[in-house]
Design a protein around this ligand. Structure first.
Ligand SMILES: Cc1cc2nc3c(=O)[nH]c(=O)nc-3n(C[C@H](O)[C@H](O)[C@H](O)COP(=O)(O)OP(=O)(O)OC[C@H]3O[C@@H](n4cnc5c(N)ncnc54)[C@H](O)[C@@H]3O)c2cc1C
Length: 435
């Protein structure tokens, strides 16, 4: 046991847990939960602390899930893989590679733990694809009373529906069974385009590419579009050279981007010009690689982020309004706005529940003020009943969120049953789910 301060990746949240434990197996998790109850302390399982919101902030017992990172089972008939909840996604990808398998879709990075990623609804892009929680087939959890349970669509199905995207509110997840797919390659085509041309051709761009997304550079009408399409492992396509990898992901997207942001922080008036340069330097390129090497890349420039899921059909109106607001209100925004897509799903607290979705993510460099820009963006997203990413910054509370999720009450019912004393609550959960 140790006592140490906790802070998230972006430095937006800090906490002073009473004690920190690193359980090595499910019995140690159960013992930690029981002992916390005896001491009247709350418990928070913490993954890689990559959430921008206070969702992972521990105030009683912090459970560092990092030691629960073993492969439990690989079923080569069903392609289902069961792993310890604390396994980071980059390691899960190595395990899947070794079995000729892959995650169906991923977000931008692979540093998160499996349980942290599913608990906040982590997603990538693709009009026909859904977030990581959609791939969850079964869970093992330690509940507030110290018991260990399994859940799946056929076993404790109500708990499963809630806990596959459970905000850490229902118990400590110890094992996750994921549906993987046969390994595949992605061909990436990155092209600059004018924003109005992207919006005009949006239906085709989204429909004709497996994983389409784009970055819009505020203060300009420039975007960088990314079209990733799936190919079998046998097809031969061009891999990025070491030099092109270094130039784009190492140098342009990290080193040069950090320098440009530092300059923008010192001279805010230069931000529009810097963005125009960034829009040119992040240039066209084509390459093909194993899926996870294309989906995920390193993120070394520290930023703040708010992301909302908006109804897909509202996207053009939302972006047009965001562009007008940034220009009229004189915000200096040095980070591109990222736009991604997802199919509707049926997970109770999924941001894509019941509707085709576009994700709009606003970012700001950590040395730039973000509050006014994010608040103005939130107003635009709220007007179309947007749903904020649970792991990113936002200001909504339980009353507002209940109105945006059809199954919110069902989730609260499961919470009342499994955690009546709110052993797994923290200030963020009190705000977004209620006391
Ligand atoms: C640079 C960067 C890039 C990102 N890119 C994307 C992206 O492309 N797409 C996207 O959707 N999100 C993205 N995110 C957000 C990130 O995926 C989520 O915030 C994710 O939850 C972080 O995982 P984690 O392991 O760090 O979890 P943490 O932040 O540590 O925890 C998140 C939640 O999970 C709970 N939790 C963790 N482990 C357990 C467990 N074993 N049992 C029960 N609850 C648990 C915690 O209590 C907390 O509620 C990004 C974040 C960063 C910093």
């Amino acid at each position: 046991m140790t006592t140490s301060s906790w802070r998230n990746w972006a430095g937006t949240e800090t906490a002073e847990p009473t004690r920190t434990l690193r359980p090595g197996d499910v019995e140690e998790v159960a013992a930690a939960v029981t002992a916390a109850a005896e001491d009247g302390l709350r418990v928070k399982a913490v993954g890689s602390s990559h959430s921008f919101s206070g969702i992972a902030a521990p105030d009683g017992v912090q459970l560092d899930m990092g030691a629960l990172d073993e492969v439990v089972r690989v079923d080569s008939k069903s392609n289902q893989v069961t792993v310890g909840a604390g396994m980071p996604l980059w390691r899960l990808n190595q395990v899947l590679d070794a079995h000729g398998l892959a995650l169906e879709n991923m977000g931008d990075i692979d540093r998160q733990t499996v349980s942290g990623a599913i608990s906040t609804g982590t997603h990538g892009t693709g009009d026909r694809y859904r977030g990581l929680s959609w791939q969850v087939q079964a869970l093992q959890l330690v509940l507030a009373d110290g018991s260990t349970v399994h859940c799946s669509p056929t076993e404790r199905s109500e708990l499963f529906k809630a806990a596959r995207l459970g905000l850490g509110a229902l118990g400590v997840i110890t094992e996750v069974t994921i549906q993987a797919t046969p390994a595949f390659k992605l061909q990436a085509v990155e092209r600059p385009m004018r924003l109005d041309a992207v919006l005009e051709g949006l239906d085709e761009l989204v429909a004709e590419n497996d994983h389409f997304e784009f970055y819009w550079f505020p203060h300009t009408d420039r975007t960088l579009t990314k079209r990733n399409n799936r190919y079998s492992m046998q097809e031969k396509r061009r891999r990025p050279t070491r030099l092109s990898y270094w130039w784009n992901e190492g140098f342009t997207e990290n080193t040069l981007f950090e320098a440009s942001n530092r300059l923008g922080a010192r001279f805010p008036g230069a931000v529009p010009r810097l963005n125009r340069v960034a829009g040119r330097v992040w240039s066209a390129r084509d390459y093909t690689d194993i899926s996870h090497k294309v989906f995920a890349s390193p993120r070394r420039v520290v930023f703040r982020e708010m992301e909302y899921a908006v109804p897909r059909e509202a996207l053009p109106e939302v972006l047009t309004e965001l562009k007008t607001t940034v220009d009229e209100r004189g915000f200096n925004v040095s980070f591109p706005v990222e736009i991604r897509f997802a199919a509707a799903d049926e997970i109770w607290l999924s941001t894509a529940y019941g509707r085709r979705t576009a994700y709009v993510a606003v970012h700001q460099y950590h040395r730039h003020p973000h509050e006014e820009y994010f608040e103005a963006a939130a107003e635009i997203f709220d007007a179309v009943k947007g749903r904020p990413h649970w792991g990113k910054m936002h200001w909504l509370d339980a009353k507002q969120l209940a109105d945006r999720y059809d199954r919110f009450e069902d989730f609260l019912t499961v919470r009342d049953k499994t955690d009546p004393d709110r052993r797994f609550a923290n200030p963020y959960l009190e705000r977004v789910l209620g006391p």
